[in-house]
Design a protein around this ligand. Structure first.
Ligand code: SAM
Length: 253
């Protein structure tokens, strides 16, 4: 399974209920996996993507270059106002981005401003304290997974790894009207695909934190954790799960 085929992106497309020719903005689009899912399903959709990373915006531009409906990708810091007119988009989506913002409520006010009345906002985030990894011994596994949840990685201006559980409250307090909350549990019994990528994220983030004296876990402990996960996978004992929380809301008509 490639990163762009992951179920969460399909869930975001389903939940946005975009009509053919509709305009959707992906806030923190990264390299474009969610917009690519829209492009596959709705060839006439008009795609907009914002991200603070120039490299990611370039990658998304390449990925979506042939989309018939057109794709406007722009380097934008979501901690400021969105470069969109009032009532100008039919749907807004965002996946795994709000944890990086010091004031996610401010972005949600911007979402309410740019959505047309009745337009949908679909905001999803993994709650990293939901991680379940069968591999390393209990205490080591707890310490490494919690260190990952709590770490502010160098590319983040802010970090809240437990924001998934806060999304319903954040959206509920915003000018948007919450229509539903959908959990998506991703599981794997093999160290491949999404599970392998997430294990890699954890290893790199926590060992990077150890190297710069940031985290509570040593480089040797991260290496031991990783070896435990790999041994479990080799012996058929590996299991991985994480939960993403998706909140579906609409702009007041
Ligand atoms: C975990 S990635 C998720 C990317 C994409 N939504 C996906 O599903 O692959 C988080 C993204 O948020 C972007 N980001 C973080 N802080 C941001 C900010 N202040 N403004 C805009 N983008 C930001 C990062 O550059 C990164 O591409």
């Amino acid at each position: 399974m490639s990163e762009t085929d992951e179920a969460i992106h399909e869930l975001l497309v389903d939940s946005a209920q975009l009509s053919p020719g509709g305009r959707v903005a992906d806030l923190g689009c990264g390299r474009g996996p969610t917009l690519a899912a829209f492009a596959r399903r709705l060839p006439s959709a008009r795609l907009i993507g914002f991200d603070v990373s120039t490299a990611d915006v370039e990658a998304a531009r390449t990925l979506l270059a042939d989309h018939p409906g057109g794709a406007e990708l722009r380097v934008t810091d979501l901690s400021g106002p969105l470069p969109l007119a009032d009532d100008s988009v039919d749907a807004v989506v965002s996946y795994n981005v709000l944890e990086c913002l010091a004031d996610p409520a401010a972005l949600l006010r911007e979402v309410a401003r740019v959505l047309r009345p009745g337009g949908r906002a679909v905001v999803a985030h993994v709650d990293f304290d939901s991680l379940m990894v069968a591999g390393a011994p209990r205490e080591l596994d707890r310490r490494v997974c919690h260190a990952f949840t709590d770490d502010q990685q160098p590319w983040m201006a802010h970090a809240d790894g437990r924001i998934g559980r806060k999304l319903p409250g954040l959206l509920g307090a915003s000018p948007l009207v919450v229509e539903g909350v959908v959990p998506l549990v991703t599981t794997s019994t093999v160290l491949e695909g999404h599970a392998a990528r997430r294990i890699g994220h954890i290893r790199e983030a926590v060992s990077g934190a150890a190297a710069t004296g940031r985290g509570p876990v040593s480089a040797q402990e991260v290496a031991d954790w990783d070896a435990g996960v790999r041994l479990a996978a080799a012996e058929g004992r590996f299991f991985f799960a994480e939960t993403a929380v998706t909140v579906i809301a609409r702009a007041v008509a």
